[in-house]
Design a protein. Structure first.
Length: 334
C-alpha cells in the first residue's frame, strides 16, 4: 500500500513536474457512482496521515517550512522575521512572520519585509506557475492587524519580490483563511487557487484564477472547513482528477468536518474579462448548479471530525485517506 501524498508543498511540485494529475477514476462514466467510507487500520498510517517532508526554515518561524519548486525563476521560498505583533493565534501561537524570502533558480536570495501593520499568518509560502507563462508565483496568506486575512500573490520583478495581485483583506481583524489547493481546476494552462475563508466559523470556499495582475473568481460555495482552530496542521484538503476529464477536483471537509466533500468547477472559460481587480469582481460562464461555479461530486459522512492532513491512496480502491479526531482512519472512495 502506498502512503498518502499531499498535493501542496514538495509533493505538489513533483506532480506539477510530471505534467499530469493523479487520476482517481479511469473514466468520466464512473465518476458519478456512489462514494463510500471504508475504515482502515489506523496503525498502518502515520499520526498525521501525510508525513511532512519539507525542511524547516532556519532562523524563521518556529514551525515554518521551506517550499521548493523546480523549473521557472524561483527555486525556494520561506517566511522569517518572527513577530508577536498580531495576537490572533489561529495556528496555535501568537508568532507570525514579518518577511518573505526566496532563493532564485540562479541562487540569488531576495527578501520582502511587511509593514508593521501586517504579518504573514502562514507557515509556508506556496510556489506555482499560476498563469502558465513559465515563471513562478508565490501564494501567501497575508493578514492586516486590523482587517484580517487576504490571499496575496507575489512574483519576481527584476531582482525584487513584488506584489502581483491580492484579494484584499477580509475587513475585520482575527478573520483568517486557509489555502485548500493550487491546481488546474479549469483544466487550462496554469493553476487556480482554492481557499476557505473563515474555516472556523462557517467557511466559504472560493476558487480564483490569476490573470494579468488580477484574481478572478470562478467558483464559490458555503459549508466548508480545512483547519482546526489552534492547530499547526494546514493540509486538511487534497487534490486529484476524480473523473478523468483533465480538471482537478478538491477534497475538503464540511464546515463541521464530519463529512468529506468532493468538489469540482463547472466554469467554462470563453474569455478573460477586464474587471476592477477585486477577487469577487468577475464570475465567468458557470453552468446551473447550487453553489456558483462549483459541482459537488460527493459528500461522505464520517463518524468523527477530520483533524489531520488528507492523503491520496493510489492503490485500489483509490481515494482520499482521512484521519479523524477519535483516532480512526478512513478511505473515502467510489
Amino acid at each position: 500500500m502506498q502512503r498518502a501524498k499531499p498535493i501542496m508543498g514538495s509533493v505538489f511540485k513533483t506532480l506539477r513536474i510530471s505534467g499530469a494529475l493523479l487520476l482517481l477514476a479511469a473514466t468520466a462514466a464512473n465518476a458519478q457512482s456512489s462514494w463510500q467510507a471504508k475504515e482502515l487500520k489506523a496503525s498502518d498510517w502515520p499520526d498525521e496521515i501525510v508525513e511532512e517532508t519539507r525542511d524547516e526554515a532556519q532562523d524563521g518561524l518556529p514551525d515554518g517550512l521551506i517550499t521548493e519548486h523546480k523549473g521557472g525563476d524561483i527555486a525556494r521560498a520561506w517566511y522569517a522575521s518572527p513577530t508577536e505583533r498580531y495576537a490572533h493565534g489561529a495556528l496555535g501561537d501568537a508568532i507570525e512572520a514579518g518577511s518573505l524570502h526566496v532563493e532564485t533558480e540562479a541562487g540569488k536570495r531576495l527578501s520582502l519585509v511587511l509593514p508593521r501593520s501586517e504579518v504573514f499568518e502562514d507557515r509556508y509560502p506556496r510556489l506555482a506557475d499560476l498563469d502558465g507563462d513559465g515563471t513562478v508565483e508565490i501564494v501567501t496568506i497575508r493578514s492586516s492587524l486590523t482587517k484580517g486575512a487576504s490571499v496575496t500573490v507575489y512574483g519576481l520583478d527584476g531582482e525584487a519580490i513584488a506584489e502581483k495581485a491580492t484579494t484584499g483583506f477580509y475587513g475585520r481583524k482575527n478573520r483568517w483563511l486557509n489555502i485548500a489547493g493550487i491546481a488546474p481546476f479549469l483544466g487550462i494552462a496554469g493553476n487556480e487557487i482554492a481557499f476557505v475563508q473563515t474555516p472556523h466559523i462557517g467557511g466559504d470556499l472560493f476558487v480564483l484564477r490569476y490573470s494579468r495582475g488580477r484574481l478572478i473568481q470562478f467558483g464559490a460555495g458555503e459549508d466548508f472547513s480545512n483547519h482546526v482552530l489552534g492547530s499547526h496542521e494546514m493540509r486538511l484538503s487534497a487534490v486529484a482528477d476524480v473523473d478523468g476529464d483533465g480538471r482537478a477536483e478538491l477534497a475538503v471537509p464540511s464546515a463541521d468536518r464530519k463529512a468529506l466533500r468532493i468538489i469540482g468547477l463547472t466554469a467554462k472559460v470563453s474569455r478573460v474579462s477586464s474587471g476592477s481587480g477585486s477577487a469577487n469582481s468577475v464570475v465567468i460562464g458557470h453552468q446551473n448548479d447550487s453553489q456558483g461555479g462549483l459541482k459537488e461530486f460527493a459528500r461522505v459522512a464520517l463518524p468523527s471530525p477530520i483533524d489531520k492532513a488528507i492523503g491520496i491512496e493510489t492503490d485500489r480502491p483509490r481515494g482520499f485517506v482521512v484521519g479523524l479526531e477519535d483516532g480512526s482512519v478512513y478511505l473515502v472512495h467510489q
